[in-house]
Write a protein that binds this ligand. Structure first.
Ligand SMILES: C[S@@+](CC[C@H](N)C(=O)[O-])C[C@H]1O[C@@H](n2cnc3c(N)ncnc32)[C@H](O)[C@@H]1O
Length: 236
């Protein structure tokens, strides 16, 4: 049996992984809505809506981090709010642009730092749905999201939960394609899973209070259709 080759963090390799994430999402972009709403049953944008609804106020400014095709932004835009979306994939952004009336869409790698592209205290709501599992240092990203909030603003985000001893053998940090056979090289970028108490500690360190939270099955992974556990949190 040949051992799997995992990427570890030299800067060149990190750059290559970024390229893979970008290319993977570019390729996925025109199938994303059909696949997520069909076979994968991606539930996170629906969950987000359930949790964020009480905080949607007229005139609120929203930032959608890892906006994808805009499934999460849609609820805000349909209510007439101003939404800015950020994504590493140009083609995901093109799909979002074709569907919805965004204030602005920015092609950007979130790990380069959100404070490089936005001023502090700008947004009433900052969301990150289905993206933090691709971000290595979520404390940094959550800290930046917090700094972008106006006083009294809220953050809503999801993360993929690490389940030790899960029966599918999914590791805490592993390439997206791990566990499946004949995986294309394009799926060789890392997914970072977290334990709830790790996320709780980050939130405590950042003085972010938890308003609401729920664990849910985010989607059904691969041909095996095994359930992937997520948590959604609303914090302020
Ligand atoms: C699973 S999709 C989720 C999209 C959308 N938020 C939703 O819930 O449907 C993840 C998105 O995050 C983007 N993404 C991944 N890593 C990123 C990064 N470092 N910076 C910006 N966007 C990133 C991908 O291109 C993709 O569009």
């Amino acid at each position: 049996m040949v051992a799997p080759v995992y990427f570890v963090g030299t800067p060149d390799i990190l750059l290559l992984m970024k390229k893979l994430i970008e290319e993977y999402n570019n390729l996925l972009s025109d199938k994303y809505d059909t696949a997520t709403q069909g076979e994968f049953k991606w539930l996170a944008p629906v969950k987000l809506y359930e949790y964020i609804r009480p905080y949607i106020k007229n005139g609120a400014e929203v930032l959608d981090v890892g906006v994808g095709t805009g499934q999460t932004s849609k609820i805000f835009i349909n209510k007439g709010l101003s939404v800015i979306g950020v994504d590493i994939s140009e083609k995901m952004l093109a799909v979002a642009q074709s569907k919805l009336n965004f204030t602005k869409l920015i092609k950007y790698d979130v790990e380069q730092g959100l404070l490089n592209i936005f001023p502090q205290d700008k947004f009433d709501i900052v969301v990150a749905v289905g993206v933090l599992e691709f971000i290595k240092d979520i404390k940094k990203t959550l800290s930046e999201m917090r700094q972008l909030l106006k006083n009294g603003g809220i953050i809503a985000f999801t993360y993929e939960i690490y389940e030790p001893n899960n029966k599918y053998g999914i590791e805490k940090i592993a390439p997206l394609g791990a566990g499946s056979e004949n995986v294309p090289e394009l799926l060789n970028f890392m997914v970072y899973r977290r334990l709830p108490n790790e996320v709780d500690k980050i939130l405590r360190d950042l003085s972010l209070g938890i308003i609401n939270r729920e664990k849910f099955i985010g989607y059904l992974r691969s041909q095996l259709k095994f359930p992937v556990l997520y948590e959604i949190l609303v914090v302020s």
